[in-house]
Design a protein around this ligand. Structure first.
Ligand SMILES: Nc1ncnc2c1ncn2[C@@H]1O[C@H](COP(=O)(O)OP(=O)(O)OP(=O)(O)O)[C@@H](O)[C@H]1O
Ligand SMILES: Cc1ncc(COP(=O)(O)O)c(N)n1
Length: 271
């Protein structure tokens, strides 16, 4: 099985392209990659960004799609509107499921998506996406809402579905509470997955890793809700077995899922 990630490079190896490829590999999926930007990054922060031109992003993507039978594609850091437009231009005529992780701001505060690009994400990328996986601050930017309550989450998910994306996973990592709960929404329904919240600072790359796991599992043909449950196991185990690498927000442990053979309990709820 082959999957593709369109994202930024994290020299520190915990997020971005590197997290995506490690996750694909651990889940038994062959990973291909389109790099949108280089970041000079470690667990302490982003120390520089060098974007790739939109036309070269397109060239990478076309090289992959004209040769490989790609079963699922994810996007991460897209950096600017020209890159988003270039990606949409290539993908709009394919039927490969597209998972959009709307990466905007790194843990240390660096901008991984220019503000002027939010509109291109809303108006061009969302209509061709199968799924998007915002965290709470990203959902706030994409919808212009303040999200505090369950009703706010539902309303923001409805706004995102109205943009044309078929499924929305609202990630709960930034909310408070004993559990880290993520909710899958579609028109007319919802399904949630939760695991105990872990008290750790080693959460660099959680969002990338979770969305890459969903992408890999969809590429393998898992039904959607099973893919969400298994991806939740992958990210919970990656957070709960920290590697203690670096002096700042350490990366998650991509080895853990395989090492414990996916053994992890996920609470599910479908109202
Ligand atoms: N402390 C934690 N304990 C358990 N699960 C967590 C924790 N933090 C995040 N998660 C889970 O990790 C996944 C990513 O969620 P999160 O909201 O952190 O994404 P993100 O904000 O995109 O990532 P990042 O904060 O690294 O940018 C979700 O499944 C979320 O529930
Ligand atoms: C190149 C790159 N892409 C994405 C993120 C955000 O990572 P996450 O939200 O998964 O922590 C990052 N820090 N660097």
């Amino acid at each position: 099985m082959i999957a593709c990630t369109i994202a930024g490079s994290d020299s520190g190896g915990g997020a971005g392209i590197q997290a995506d490829l490690k996750t694909f590999q651990e889940l038994g999926v062959f990973g291909t990659s389109v790099i949108t930007a280089l970041t000079a990054q470690n667990t302490l922060g982003v120390h520089g960004i060098s974007p790739i031109t939109s036309s070269f992003v397109q060239r990478q993507l076309q090289a992959i799609l004209t040769d490989f039978d790609v079963k699922a594609i994810k996007t991460g850091m897209l950096f600017d509107a020209t890159i988003i437009e270039g990606v949409v231009d290539v993908l709009k005529n394919t039927s490969i499921p597209l998972i959009v992780d709307p990466v905007m701001i790194a843990k240390g505060g660096a901008n991984l998506l220019q503000q002027q690009a939010v509109r291109a994400m809303q108006e061009q990328l969302m209509p061709i996406a199968f799924m998007c996986t915002p965290n709470i601050p990203e959902a706030e930017v994409l919808t212009g809402r303040t999200i505090r309550t369950q009703q706010d989450i539902q309303a923001a998910a409805n706004d995102l579905l109205a943009l044309g994306v078929q499924y929305v996973v609202m990630k709960g990592g930034h909310l408070e509470g004993l559990h880290a709960t993520d909710i899958l929404f579609w028109k007319g329904g919802q399904f949630s997955v939760a695991t105990p919240r872990i008290d750790t600072k080693d959460t660099h790359g959680t969002g990338c890793t979770f969305s890459a796991a969903i992408t890999a599992l969809l590429a393998k043909g898992f039904p959607l809700q099973e893919a969400i449950i298994e991806a939740k196991k992958f990210i919970h185990l990656a957070i709960s077995h920290p590697l203690h690498i670096g002096k700042g927000h350490g990366p998650t442990n991509h080895f853990a899922y395989k090492q414990v053979q996916g053994k992890c309990e996920v609470m599910t709820h479908e109202p």
